[in-house]
Design a protein around this ligand. Sequence first.
Ligand SMILES: NC(=O)c1ccc[n+]([C@@H]2O[C@H](COP(=O)([O-])OP(=O)(O)OC[C@H]3O[C@@H](n4cnc5c(N)ncnc54)[C@H](OP(=O)(O)O)[C@@H]3O)[C@@H](O)[C@H]2O)c1
Length: 187
Amino acid sequence: MHFSSDAVFSGTGGPYTEEDTPAPVNFYGKSKAEAEQAVLSVYPAAAVIRISLVLGFPVASGNSFLLRFRDALVRGKEQVLPVSEVRTPVDVHTLTEAVLELCENRFSGLLHIGSTDSINRYELAKKAATKLGFDPGLVKALTEESVSKDRAPRHKNGIISVEKARGLLTTPMLSVEETIKRAVLLE
Ligand SMILES: NC(=O)c1ccc[n+]([C@@H]2O[C@H](COP(=O)([O-])OP(=O)(O)OC[C@H]3O[C@@H](n4cnc5c(N)ncnc54)[C@H](OP(=O)(O)O)[C@@H]3O)[C@@H](O)[C@H]2O)c1
């Protein structure tokens, strides 16, 4: 099982299905798109799972937006998040359940796992702050005009369709609201 990303898409369209052609806009997306091809060419029976933004707290360590975000809010530090980046998040519990189910079913091929609707990263952060018990006013909007020129380009609409997963899995794909609630409450 290989984990890929919505960053394989250009982000100018969407919702993207498993049938859509990758057209990454940055190095990360390009490396993820090349990795998908490499994995499937070496092992055609592999499962390639595309995810958009994983929300959860790590058991030990690891890359966790929520953990960094909460630590910053505890220190009263304002957080600035882009309004122009729309994502289809998944909570780590739902992702884990889906992955276990796919292993049991010996799924192979491409599959998108994420929420049934989408949200921009600024709105998502405000909702997460509220659910974590902080003042959502600590979350500020990063507008397109104020993005640093040094920042690598991002795919704007990281919106993946999860219709295939909904038809295939008994694990339910959740709404954004349910996703944030589950990611935050089951710490
Ligand atoms: N997090 C997201 O929101 C998100 C969104 C879309 C796609 N993805 C994809 O999901 C995957 C995991 O991302 P993550 O955010 O969970 O990252 P992460 O927490 O940093 O985990 C990366 C894992 O890869 C291991 N690793 C890194 N370099 C390695 C190497 N050279 N050889 C062997 N193992 C190596 C790390 O091992 P150590 O723990 O030992 O360092 C770690 O367990 C990535 O493929 C990423 O592109 C993540």
